[in-house]
Design a protein around this ligand. Sequence first.
Ligand code: BGC
Length: 816
Amino acid sequence: MAGTEEGREAAVESALGKLDLDAKTRLLAGQDVWSLPELPEIGLSSLVMSDGPVGVRGVRWTADDPSVALPSPTALAAAWDPELAHRAGVLLAQEARRKGVHVLLAPTVNLHRSPLGGRHFEAYSEDPYLTGVIGAGYVNGVQSGGVGTTVKHFVANDAETDRFTVNNRVGERALRELYLAPFEAIVEHARPWGVMTAYNSVDGTTMTEHHRLVNEVLRGEWGFDGFNVSDWMAARDTVGALRGGLDVAMPGPQTVYGPALARAVRDGRLDESEVDDAVRRVLRLAARVGALADAEPAVTALPAPVDGEALARELARRSFVLVRNEADALPLRPGTVALIGAAARDARVLGGGSATVFPARTVSPLDGLTAALPEGALTYAVGADPTTELAVAGPGFALRTVCRDAAGEIIGAGSAPGGLIQWMGSDLPTGVTHDNLHTVELTGVFTPRESGPHTFGIKGTGAFTLTVAGTTYFDDVQLPADGTDPFEAFFGAPAPRAQAELTAGEPVEVSLTHVFALPEDIPFKVISFALAHQGPQRDPDELIAEAAEAARAADTAVVVVATTDRVESEGFDRRDLRLPGRQDDLVRAVAAANPNTVVVVNAGSPVELPWREDVAAVLLTWFPGQEGGAALADVLTGAHEPGGRLPTTWGSLTDAPVTEVIPTDGELPYTEGVFIGYRAWEKEHRTPAYPFGHGLGYTDWTYESVAITGSTVKVRLRNSGERTGREVVQVYLAPTGPASTPDGRPAPERPARWLAGFAAVEAGPGESVEVTVDIPHRAFEVWDEADHRWFFVKGSYEIQVGRSIADRRITATINV
Ligand code: BGC
């Protein structure tokens, strides 16, 4: 009985009946940054939440508590494989359980509306169908491990500029056909146990108070029965939020729920039954994840354990998109390789912001290729450093933290593998509390890789003392930068504060001391600052010349170009799509020196590749996760084929049809309606650098036939190349005639075609295989803004099957 849904519902009702108003309202507010309070009187343990989506950070924002780091969500989508997303989810549930986390704050299923969106890397695709399929696989995987998810950010949180206040004017049709669609599909196919409502407003109402979209659409129409948590600090109004369907206000302890909610009931502004509905949903979550004593959890037989490193590596190589491969430049032929690029040595494995996790290890491209290639075959040159400003102290630093009280006595200590301290809520080193803490010192040794002037800096606000090699360079207060995002201290830029002449290989002592002081009135306590560093800046032309020389001397040049965490992160949008620093010049110089140049693009979202026709091969590797360098070696050497297909169109900013992310007078109008991504590129008749769905493997495919029965498409294709491969067969639906509504009005303009389904096949050389794709009913539907409902558009359609939206190999017509 207790193991069934009815059993859990009975346990929930019984627990609810035992709670008084104060306990109920306490349960709906964070007790700290990541958790809800325990209620021992009903056998409820504290529910713990954690980001997501590429790993499970846990309740600590430090490297002390490492997590497997999978490739970025853009990479997961590039694999076009819900089964792989499911396996990723199973691993994440395993990580969550290991860390005592009940709910993973993921997946992010907002859409790639503009390539400038700062969190583009953290979402899947510009296409709602692909997003929904990958998201459902992920949620099913996580939840099969008994851990909850919060599909986020509901809805239309597609950019970062003024994200707390922006009113996105989306319109009904675009909402239904694009932005709500992944949420709807995931609710239908994965029954998520949670949703996170976004910071922004949609069509005039902030999402934490959006009765219409939360209560009527999400819960009413779609039957979502999970809990709804606010994005962090998004809930603003007690009555508005509860009426708008928000169950939990995070983080705590100061929120608009808790005592404020109890007061609203006692004052008669809300009815206790409204509170009960929210509590019921939180208790249901607790029952599902096994945090309510009298209820058997939804999952009692856990999936088999997953090897995180192996999965991270497999996923990475399955996500890499080979967009160009002239004269079969890849796989590498035997010979010497000149590896070039700052990110080839200092791996950039994940994007910035709340999606950050701390892997126990990272494999850089240099590590990966050193292990894979014969001794003596590899040389390395930096070429160009894309980090044009100070970055959080990393390679060469061995640091720890020391906490002191006001008398200067040591009260606690911890590790600090990087130069970043981010202690949230009660997450402090053992023995340290907010009451006894006076100073935090980041201290240790720095061993430079290069001789010359090294710059040190401070990120964060408050009183700091910075000492390098015995000299105190800064002993003052650092004031906030001119940012408006409350998380500015996390995402803002460090300020340079010291310059010291150092010698390669000679260790020096470094120390950054921060006097702890927090205003009383902030909703939660965070200690956040960083020691930043930048090595000697060599003459960029000289570096490029050195790299070109190395390329000339080798059989193949492999250049790794990358963005930085000042380019792609939560908290701000991008200003352009250019590679930072002199990386474009670097690629041009290397390509001129060696025609056999392979460029590896290490970026979570589109960047401009102006030299792309001048190099032999271009491989997009996203943020490839902790095993990225090993996966890169797998793919470059040909041990494995790159498996990815573009989940989003890659093109230049000037050509991209939809780019605007900056609101005017607080509003961002989605004037393009349903035409984003490929729908817009095709409407505007513009040709991108690389179209949606594009990606090459190491074999060739011949599409032989297509047959349609009802809405089932059967495709026969042959591996016409010389090695075993995997093909993603994409099915697009193209209306061929005018359409009308059921009552005879002309239907609104539809895109030229849209993704209606896909499936993957594997086949050996010469082998012919058949694949079946079922086209969902929804693919034929349009949202009628006049009637506020879906209608099925009858008529004639071409079913176009192929390798990308632009490479359609075989077609058939259907009439529906
Ligand atoms: C982000 C969420 C995240 C939350 C907790 C917010 O700033 O928008 O995606 O889950 O912080 O870290």
